[in-house]
Design a protein around this ligand. Structure first.
Ligand code: ADP
Length: 398
């Protein structure tokens, strides 16, 4: 029986899930956090309950030791029965990685080398890979890239109109992210409507803290709203999305912002947080309901940006068969879905308000039966997709 350990590593924490591939059920999951801080914490849960370990965790290698201890405390000795494989989420695969890849030293080095394209994410992903390979030296490790699904975009979608040679030398182009989620959701949507993926034009709206949309034709990504980094496109929890780059020159000249200040401003202090004072959609919605004008404007900007990309993608694709909402906001906020699709009956998009309001879990249709375009809510499951791709990659290599 095969079990895949899925690891999503950040700079001071990592999340993991152990998935039984026969049933695709979670066997265990957990979080190791505060790595490098005076007191670290590993919180582990499985069907029998939870177990915590609190002690200093100097680095990711010690983090994996803490994770294995937490597993052992709950009765599962990973040293004796290790997972069949480890699947790692990696944010940036650059141009080099267009498919999940079995890790060797060269692959690991290349992921680290891509850090200049994703300075917040790739170094942390790399640390997780190094530590996991020490913890599980005898099992295959596979890296699954957020960018890989979008490597099919045509050149006119991924090319920025700047100096060609400079762009080539510094690898400046659109890569796109959330690929694992867009792939998973578009496949699940095809299964839900019981039509072949290859026949469907889909627009997936991944609306979480990070947010992106993807135009997918026949299962192939044609365009996506994030860019060279996850900053471009939609308004997000703390990221601005699209801004005229000249605004940054202006802030640099007039307000003395350096590159790092601008990076921090646009990635961490903008988006819903910048406009409404909180980056959490539930709080923004509550404030707007209470009459807060800033929160209301934040919502209006948020919705308008999504509609902007929706219009663009409907044109790029020449229409759509399916719109699929996913992630924290997409799955849980009927108000967001209703606002984004308001007044689009002329396009063949008809939302059934009752279906939209049902607090269901699981894949569901929220459009009415006479809607030309099927509007769905499809819960994303990036960990499961990583586990599936891990197994497929290993089997493909055999
Ligand atoms: P991440 O990108 O960190 O994985 P999530 O996909 O968990 O983020 O999405 C987090 C967002 O989902 C937050 O803005 C949160 O407020 C929002 N969210 C979660 N539940 C609801 C809800 N019931 N209504 C509106 N927004 C929600």
């Amino acid at each position: 029986m095969s079990y895949v350990l899925v690891v999503n590593s950040g700079s001071s924490s990592f999340k993991y899930q152990l998935i039984n591939m026969a049933t695709e059920a979670r066997v265990a999951s957990g979080l190791v956090e505060r790595i490098g801080e005076p007191m670290g914490l590993a919180v582990h849960s499985n069907v029998d309950g939870t177990s915590d370990i609190e002690r200093p965790i100097a680095d990711h290698t010690e983090g994996f030791a803490a994770m294995m201890e937490a597993f052992a405390k709950s009765g599962h000795d990973l040293g004796e029965t290790p997972p069949s494989a480890v699947g790692h989420r990696v944010v940036h695969g650059g141009k080099r990685f267009f498919a999940p890849t079995i890790v060797d030293d060269d692959v690991a080095w290349n992921i680290n080398d891509l850090s200049e394209l994703a300075p917040l994410h790739n170094p942390a992903n790399y640390q997780g890979i190094v530590a996991a390979r020490i913890a599980f030296p005898d099992v295959p490790h596979v890296v699954v890239f957020d960018t890989a699904f979008h490597q099919t975009m045509p050149a006119e979608a991924y090319t920025y109109a700047i100096d060609r040679e400079l762009a080539e030398r510094y690898r400046v182009r659109k890569y796109g992210f959330h690929g694992t989620s867009h792939k998973f959701v578009s496949e699940a949507a095809a299964a839900f409507v019981e039509r072949p993926l290859s026949e469907l034009k889909q627009i997936v709206l991944h609306l979480g803290n990070g947010a992106s949309m993807c135009a997918i034709d026949g299962g192939v990504s044609q365009d996506t709203s994030m860019g060279m980094t996850p900053l471009q496109g939609l308004v997000m929890g703390t990221r601005s999305g699209d801004v005229d780059p000249s605004a940054l020159f202006h802030l640099s000249r007039k307000a003395g912002f350096e590159a790092d200040d601008l990076d921090e401003l646009l990635n961490r202090r903008s988006g819903l947080l910048g406009l409404a004072g909180t980056g959490d959609m539930r709080d923004v919605s509550r404030l707007a309901e209470e009459g807060d004008a800033h929160a209301q404007l934040a919502l209006d900007v948020y919705h308008r940006r999504i509609r902007h990309y929706l219009g663009a993608y409907l044109v790029h694709l020449g229409g759509a068969d399916v719109l699929a909402f996913t992630a924290g906001i997409g799955e849980n906020s009927p108000e967001t879905r209703a606002e984004v699709l308001r007044g689009l009956e002329w396009l063949g998009i008809r939302i059934d308000p009752e279906r939209n309001a049902l607090p269901n879990r699981g894949p569901r249709r929220i459009s009415s039966d006479d809607s030309a375009i099927d509007v769905l809510v499809i819960p994303t499951d990036e960990e499961l997709e990583i586990a599936r791709q891990t197994i497929e990659t290993i089997e493909g290599a055999e």
